[in-house]
Design a protein. Structure first.
Length: 119
């Protein structure tokens, strides 16, 4: 991993690294029983856990049934690890529940950022 990062970061040398930590699949599993065999995707992406069934059908809508305003986020949720955009899909669900249009919000933010950059 260090070699891969060094392609992009010219000063990433052992002398510049103060500390590091590595985890094995066993470490992940010991930390959380959801990381079965070290699976960092959580609730492994088996066919029966895809799309509207991720992680389970009753939890697939980024909320917990019968618990108002409690939202789920992370690699366990649809569309899965590496694709959740750090909670973007959950944020979209929260905005939907608040009746705030996600697209309009993004457009407003673009204009705000643009105006700030031109000052």
């Amino acid at each position: 991993m260090l070699r891969d990062l060094q392609r992009w970061l010219t000063n990433l040398e052992p002398a510049n690294i103060i500390t590091s930590r590595s985890y094995s699949p066993l470490d992940f599993e010991r930390d959380s029983s959801t990381f079965v065999r070290g699976d960092i995707h959580g609730a492994a992406p088996f066919f029966h856990q895809m799309n509207g069934h991720r992680p389970t059908p009753d939890l697939a809508q980024f909320t917990v049934p019968s618990v108002d305003k409690f939202y789920l986020v992370g690699p366990f949720m649809h569309p899965g690890a590496g694709l959740t955009g750090a909670g973007r899909t959950t944020a979209m669900r929260i905005l939907q529940d608040l009746e705030i249009d996600f697209g309009n919000l993004i457009e407003a933010e673009k204009h705000t950022v643009g105006a700030t950059e031109h000052r």
